[in-house]
Design a protein around this ligand. Structure first.
Ligand code: GLN
Ligand code: ZN
Length: 768
């Protein structure tokens, strides 16, 4: 039996890489300093695994920005527009790399960055490879070789991790028409062969190919290429040992394909898809070993040893212990670094902490599991087993987690609870009687600029340098100023500005019960950006109103309508670490009830328009189509539970800020929000077409200007977009608003843009 991990977090124990990169980008640190930081992090990661006793330690899992971009540079798929950067001798390979990641704006050059998108269903973002019709590849960056050599110098014969050729191509984007990226395999494969030759020459024994696409829906063509590519690689390297990894999904219908590829070890994700074990064991040939991904690489809970040992026993008894590998489910990139850094008991109580494991603790779990499973457990492993059992057992019954009242309430939810009293047509009339809004009503998405001052107040308040009263007074002033400004500008539906909020999930997490926060639970989101997701550890409930105070205060200042502002259940779920002892759908329902209570309280407090943001609904979609409907069913239901406790005359808005509604438009309609505001301006209203084709019945606010850029749009531009919208959606259904919240913008841009937006709406109404 052997242990290995697929990859480590690479941002550093104290986010050293983030700091080093940012210093280098701002010219405050030299290239050498940055490289030194990178090397130190690699060595620390290796040493940690060595000390823990991991058998096969990975290299090339480190990256200065993103592992897919590393691969792009390795195979020399550098888009034309960066030619000038490569040509300048003063630039290093890393400068080119960062230019591709972040764009380049100096010495008279202005080159855009490469696109970024989500890595499968995680919150990690990768840089999308760009392919041309006759895309050529060549071995350009030798990072993978130098990392292998570096590990060797540190005394480790490491296992280089490389994105498999099929997965690499499938992650990319065709930048022109008339070809299929999969056909590029012929040009790409020789570069992989060259890389493997060099690695072999330097003494590598093991290679890890990451091929997560083997867990996704594949075309027949892709399946054939998988066969031929790996056959060719095997032919050229009869002596290298290959580990083929899959994660985030089960192999399902690709099992026989994966089992037939000439690898030495196949890694499967038993956290996401535990039910595949039996069938995989029955299917794999004698020549193939199995790597059991049993420790969750994407969450922060302690492993349940008893359960894992049962998995290992099943595998051992079927294929023998020498064909079994033990591993985390996926790379530990998606877990925070070290739980030992959580020393402040006020932030994270010891009782909750004992249930958790970060990346380093997971490495130790893997090693302990091997010792326990192979029957030669030392004192340390036995002690860990006892601790593990105690933690798992206390968690099962802890009153911190289990709240019968919440469980009972979820049990009795009826279909009626998830349905408004009357259909939209009736509600619209009732709402109009109360709200008396003009044609093309104007509104914003919620936040107004979070100036440096506002952020300073918050940090001072948190440090205790401002009293609660002082902080409150400052926020009230800012809120009042924002209300007055919106009144003067003639916006129809006002917002309070969200100045009291740090982040749209954290703010609610801090007020809901059973959310925990960490001091150092950072996870890389993209490049040097890290996030610190809250931890939902028990039955969610709302001990007290969360937003009523601010909404009520804002409404008391004005005769106009102020819109209440909430984050929806799916988004709160999606952007947190969630409990693994019950289905996500159930946790989501609990959050939905908490938000429902808040919606009802807002209504009671006289708020007649309430927005429930759900920007993360789409990213929660399962990786395989076959899982979509089940997910959408509970996600939409959760939204409806949160929104349906109010009178017909109370208007519910929702907001989503991503593209592409085509394939889920029915589900968006099923959410039955009275008004939905969406990001639309960058696509020139093209996204509205899905709503038009569907004959979407409720009201829509397609964003008329892009808030991601400091550029101020003209009234004419917005009128033009409004005309485009009217061409496909009846005017009576349209609202006028920006694409998203304004918190990242400055006041002067915001003022100019919104004044023009209001004028555009008035002109459009007059012309109607
Ligand atoms: N109401 C939030 C805001 O305006 C919405 C944020 C979002 O959609 N991401 O900031
Ligand atoms: Zn948005």
């Amino acid at each position: 039996m052997q242990t290995h991990i697929l990859g480590s977090p690479r941002i550093g124990r104290h986010r050293e890489l983030k700091k080093a990169c940012e210093q280098y980008w701002s010219g405050k640190a030299s290239l050498n300093e940055l490289l030194e930081t990178g090397k130190t992090i690699c060595r620390q990661n290796w040493k940690m695994q060595q000390e823990a006793g991991i058998d096969l330690i990975p290299c090339n899992d480190f990256s200065y920005y993103d592992q897919v971009l590393d691969m792009t540079l390795t195979v020399g798929a550098i888009p034309e527009r960066y030619k000038e950067i490569t040509a300048r001798t003063s630039n290093s390979e890393l400068d080119l790399y960062f230019a591709m990641a972040r764009g380049y704006q100096q010495d008279g050059l202005d080159i855009t960055a490469m696109e970024m998108t989500k890595w499968f269903d995680t919150n990690y973002h990768y840089i999308v490879p760009e392919f041309q019709k006759n895309q050529q590849f060549r071995l350009f960056s030798k990072k993978i070789i130098s990392e292998f050599i570096h590990a060797k110098q540190a005394g480790i014969n490491a296992k280089p991790v490389i994105i498999g050729p099929l997965t690499y191509l499938l992650l990319g984007k065709e930048k022109e028409e008339g070809f299929d990226k999969l056909d590029l395999i012929e040009n790409l494969l020789p570069v992989y062969i060259e890389i493997l030759k060099e690695l072999e020459k330097h003494g590598a024994n093991w290679i890890q190919f990451d091929e997560p696409f083997l867990g996704l829906d594949l075309t027949e063509k892709a399946k054939e290429i998988y066969q031929s590519v790996y056959a060719e690689i095997r032919k050229q390297f009869p002596d290298l040992k290959f580990i083929l990894t899959t994660y985030f999904e089960g192999l399902k219908d690709n099992l026989s394909l994966a089992a037939s590829l000439p690898a030495d070890v196949l890694h499967i994700d038993l956290v996401r898809c535990p039910e595949q074990l039996e069938q995989v064991l029955q299917t794999i040939p004698q020549t193939l070993s199995l790597s059991l991904g049993i420790v969750d690489g994407r969450n922060i809970w302690k492993n349940d040893f008893e359960k894992s040992l049962a998995f290992i026993q099943t595998a051992v008894s079927t294929i023998g212990s020498d064909r079994v590998f033990i591993a985390p489910s996926c790379s530990l990139l998606h877990a925070p670094f070290d739980l030992d850094l959580e020393t402040d008991e006020k932030t994270l109580s010891p009782e909750i902490k004992q249930w958790m494991a970060f990346a380093k603790q997971k490495v130790y779990e893997i090693v302990a599991l091997k010792k326990l499973a192979s029957g030669n457990a030392d004192y340390q492993a036995l002690q860990q087993y006892a601790e593990n059992k105690k933690a798992v057992d206390t968690r099962k019954v802890s009153p911190l987690i289990h709240n019968q009242e919440v469980k009972d309430r979820v049990e009795v939810i009826t279909e009626d609870d998830a349905r408004r009293n009357s259909p939209f047509s009736v509600r619209k009339e009732e709402q109009q009687k109360v709200l008396q809004l003009p044609l093309f009503p104007t509104t914003t998405i919620g936040s107004f600029p979070q100036t440096k001052e506002v952020r300073t107040w918050r940090s001072k308040f948190k440090k205790g340098d401002l009293t609660a009263e002082q902080y409150d007074t400052l926020l009230k002033k800012e809120t009042e100023r924002t209300i007055r400004w919106q009144e003067e500008t003639g916006i129809d539906v006002l917002v309070h500005g969200e100045f009291e909020r740090n982040d749209l999930v954290e703010y609610f997490g801090e007020q809901l019960s059973v959310f925990a926060f960490t001091q150092n639970g950072w996870v890389q989101s993209y490049g040097s950006r890290c996030v610190k997701p809250p931890v939902i550890y028990g039955d969610v409930h709302r001990p007290h109103p969360m937003t009523v105070y601010w909404s009520q205060y804002a409404q008391s200042l004005t005769q106009k309508w102020v819109k209440g502002m909430l984050t929806g259940p799916v988004t709160i779920l999606q952007w947190s670490f969630v409990r693994d002892d019950q289905p996500r759908s159930l946790t989501c329902k609990q959050i939905a009830l908490a938000i429902r209570d808040e919606v009802n309280d807002l209504e009671k407090a006289g708020i007649r328009i309430i927005q429930i943001d759900e920007p993360a609904i789409r990213e929660g979609l399962p990786l395989r189509r076959s899982g979509w409907q089940e997910y959408l069913k509970w996600a939409v239901e959760a939204f409806r539970i949160s929104a349906s406790g109010v009178e017909d005359a109370t208007q519910i808005h929702t907001h989503m800020c991503y593209s592409e509604f085509n394939d889920i438009i029915q589900n968006i309609a099923d959410m039955d929000a009275d008004v939905i505001t969406i990001e639309c301006s960058r696509s020139q209203m093209e996204l509205l077409q899905a709503f038009a084709d569907f004959k979407y019945p409720n009201d829509i606010g397609p964003g008329v200007y892009d808030i991601h850029s400091p550029r101020v749009p003209s009234k004419e531009e917005m009128l033009e977009l409004l005309k485009k919208a009217q061409a496909v959606i009846p005017a009576q259904q349209l609202w006028v608003n920006p694409d998203c919240g304004l918190k990242t913008r400055h006041w002067d841009e915001t003022e100019k843009a919104l004044i023009a937006m209001v004028e555009a709406s008035k002109e459009a109404a007059a012309a109607h």
